[in-house]
Design a protein around this ligand. Sequence first.
Ligand code: ADP
Ligand code: ZN
Length: 519
Amino acid sequence: MTGIREAREALKLYFGYDNFRPMQEQIISCILQQQDVVVLMPTGGGKSVCYQVPAVVMPGLCVVVSPLIALMKDQVEALLENGIKAAYMNSSLAAEEQYRVENACLAGELKLLYVSPEKLLSAGFLSFLKRLKVSLFAVDEAHCISAWGHDFRPEYTQLRILKQQFPQTPMVALTATADKLTQKDIQEQLALRNPEVFISSFDRPNINLMVKPGRDRFNKITEFLERHHGQPGIIYCLSRKGTEAIAEKLKRNGFRATSYHAGMSASQRAKAQEDFLKDDVQIVCATVAFGMGIDKSNVRWVIHYNLPKNIEGYYQEIGRAGRDGAKSDALLFYSYADVMSMRSMLTEGKEEQVELQLVKLERMQQYAEATICRRRILLQYFGETMHKDCGNCDICRNPPTSFDGTLLAQKALSAIARTQEQVNMGLLIDVLRGSRNAQVLEGGYHQIKTYGAGREISTMDWQRYLHQMLNAGLVELAYDQNYTLKLTEQSRQVLFDGRPVQLVKFDEVKQPAEEIRPK
Ligand code: ADP
Ligand code: ZN
C-alpha cells in the first residue's frame, strides 16, 4: 500500500515543497488508508495538496467535483505545469475536446479529472466512470451542499449518488467556510462513512477587526486611507452602482481606485483585477463578485461599506486581507438603515429560504453590535472556541464595562432547559417575563419554575442579553429546528458548575450605531 513516504516524495517532486503543513500529512495518511475525510481549512491553507498528492500516488484517477467552472482551467494548467496529468470536463468544452479527455481517461493516462456537478450528474457519466479505476473522489467547495450554508447549490445535493454507486472509493470533502450545521450536513448528505474530520484553525490573528457607525462613512474612509497611505485594499459595497459611485468619488479625491462588479464586461473585470494585482490601482470598490480565486498576498485592508448578508460571507471577504501574515485592518460600517435595506432585499427579492437568510442577517447584526471580543464571535460561529480574548479588535482595545450576569444567564438557561429546548427567542422571553399569551399557555410554560423569573427586565433588554449569550457560545440557535434555542457544553457549566458570566448592561453597550437606539 502506498504510504506517507511516497506522498512526501511526490510533494517534493511535483510541488517542490519539503514538508507538509501540519494537517496535510494526517489528512493524506487517512486518504491513503481509504478513509473518508472532511477538511475545513481557510482559503490559502493548502487544501488542494490534500487531494492532489494522493491522486498522484494512488493507482487510478482522482475525480474532483468543483462548482467553479471559471477556475477549473487554471487549476488544470497549474497541475500540467507541475508535470501532473490532469484535465477537466464541463459545459464549456467542445465535443471533440470532451472526446479527447474521455479517451485519455479510458487509456489510464490521467491522474486528476475536474468535473462540474452538472457534468457529473449528466446522462451516462456515472457509467462512464464505472469503466475507469477511480482512486478518490474530492468534493471541493463542499459547503454548497447545505441549505444552511450561504452558497447553496441544489445540484450538489444529488452527489450522494457517488457513495451509492462507488461505496468502496474514498471521498474527501473540502471547504473553507462552514458553520457547525453545514459541517454536519456535508457528512450526512454525501453519505460519508465514519469520516475523519479535520478543522484547521480559522483564526487570522493578524487582521485587526473594527466596526464603526455608518454615519459620514465617506469621510471616515478618507481619514482611514490617510493612515494607509498607498496600501492596497478592497471596499465591498452592496450595489453595483455603489461601487462605481465610490470609486469615482475616491478618484476625485486623488486616489487610484477602480470598480468591479458582475455587470461589467469580462474584459473590464479582467483589467480591474490585473490593475489591482500589479498595484496599478490602490483600491478596488467591489461587490461580493470580487475576490474568488484572487491571489494577492499584500492586501492590507478590507472595508465593508455596507453590512454583509451573513457571517460566512463577511469572514471570507475580510480573509482576503493579510494573506502574507502582516498586520492588516478590517473595518465594517454599520447602520440600522443598512439592516433595513438588506432585510427588504431579502424579503422582497426572489431569495430562497427567506427566514434562514433573515436569521443569518440577524447574527451579522449581532456581530456588529458585539460587546465581547469580535474574534471570539467569528470563530465561535465556525465551531472554534477561543480560550482568551484576541487583543486585536476594537472591543478588546476598548472594552465596555460589564457586570456579573451569572444569575441572569442562569435564569435564561434554566428556562431553556425547562421548556425542553423547544422554544425560540421570542417565546423564551415571554416565558421569562411571565407573559400570558396564547403560545405560553398552550405550551403549559406558565407552569414551569422559571416562568416570570425575569419580569423586571424589558423584552428589548432580554434580547440584548440573549444576543450576548449567543455571541459567547453560551446558547445556540438551531436554524434547522425552527430557530429554537439550545443548550451547549458551556451553558451546562453555567447552570451546574456555577461558571460566572459577564454581561454588558444595555444602556452601557457602546454600540457603534448610536443612532439606532429605539425610543
Ligand atoms: P486552498 O485551496 O486551501 O485555498 P491552496 O491549496 O491553493 O489553498 O494552497 C495555498 C498555497 O499554499 C499555494 O500556493 C500552495 O502551493 C501552498 N502550499 C500548499 N501546501 C504547501 C506546503 N506543504 N508547503 C508549502 N506551501 C504549500
Ligand atoms: Zn478581540
